[in-house]
Write a protein that binds this ligand. Structure first.
Ligand code: CP
Ligand code: NVA
Length: 309
């Protein structure tokens, strides 16, 4: 992966996906081994949207690797408004060693990668949230011991998080079912590609509108906000449409007895998930959040250092 970008899970090979998770576990258990890995190295972090986990995990992660990160918020560089994306990419390219960007359009992160020679990491866009899926699969691996043959159900909107989970499931042999209201299915192209990849690793990808059918016996139930950042105007309408897809204790009971509850956070308690489920013994939401940092440190090391393991 040295010198490459991380724009989606779909673009990674199965070997790359597995090796990032393997390194993430090592980085987590032996952080001191990597504290001088990136001396004097700087990451530019571009944000068109708010963030807690993405900002803090990347910034703390760079510090822990011996480097430094610069936060460029929505009002700092106004991607595409104050300055074009290609101009921003080429300017940063001359000063920093790696770029992370949270943007609205997938196109923006693709353009940054095209114009910057340094690695670019997608920190969330309308289509993907690859770093979240890496942290999530690290968490599942830690909780369940392996990924192959497991089943995960995602309840809610067929959104960026759902897309990256489908792609990660396909890489790891974990079957993923998206349980959503009609009209909110995942992107067809992303789904079909995950389906084809999954056929090679033994993972089945499904979409259903039926909660009972989707969550029956699964090892993990995942949900995300019903209105993503940028969809605030649709929030009230979506509350009505998505209400039958709430993850509550009844839904958790339909899954495997040992099933875990997952959420990328932030959570809207009382909407997509009840307070009771977030606070239950099955919930791993704060482990997922912490693993963002370990998984991202692994990604940064892979992109910046040749032959790291
Ligand atoms: N899960 C996640 O990406 O959180 P933030 O939006 O707080 O970065
Ligand atoms: N789907 C959500 C994820 C937030 C981490 C959003 O895009 O707002």
């Amino acid at each position: 992966m040295h010198g490459k970008d991380l724009l989606s899970i779909g673009q990674m090979s199965v070997e790359e996906f597995e090796s990032v998770l393997e390194l993430a576990l090592k980085v987590k258990s032996n952080p001191d081994d990597y504290e001088h890995a990136l001396p004097q190295m700087t990451m530019a972090m571009i944000f068109e949207k708010p963030s807690l986990r993405t900002r803090v995990s990347f910034e703390a992660g760079m510090t822990q690797l011996g480097g430094h990160a610069i936060y460029l918020g929505p009002n700092d560089i106004s991607l595409g408004k104050r300055e074009s994306v290609p101009d921003i990419a080429r300017t940063l390219d001359g000063m920093v060693d790696i770029i992370m960007a949270r943007v609205f359009q997938n196109e923006s992160v693709l353009t940054l990668a095209e114009y910057a020679s340094v690695p670019v990491i997608n920190g969330l866009c309308n289509l993907h949230h690859p770093c979240q899926a890496l942290a999530d699969f690290q968490t599942i691996l830690e909780k369940k011991g392996s990924l192959k043959g497991l089943k995960l159900a995602f309840l809610g909107d067929g959104n960026n998080v759902a897309h990256s989970l489908l792609e990660a499931g396909a890489k790891s042999g974990t079957s993923v079912t998206i349980v959503c209201p009609p009209g909110y299915e995942p992107n067809k192209e992303i789904f079909e590609q995950a389906e084809a990849e999954g056929a090679k690793t033994g993972a089945k990808m499904l979409v259903t509108n039926d909660v009972k059918e989707g969550v029956k016996g699964v090892d993990a139930i995942y949900t995300d906000v019903w209105a993503s950042m940028g969809q605030e105007k649709e929030a009230e309408e979506r509350k009505k449409i998505f209400a039958p897809y709430q993850v509550n204790s009844e839904v958790m009971k339909m899954a495997d007895k040992e099933a875990i509850f997952m959420h990328c956070l932030p959570a809207h308690r009382g909407e997509e998930v009840t307070d009771e489920v977030v606070e239950s013994w099955q919930s791993v939401v704060f482990e997922e959040a912490e693993n963002r940092m370990h998984a991202e440190k692994a990604v940064i090391l892979k992109l910046m250092i040749k032959d790291i393991d």
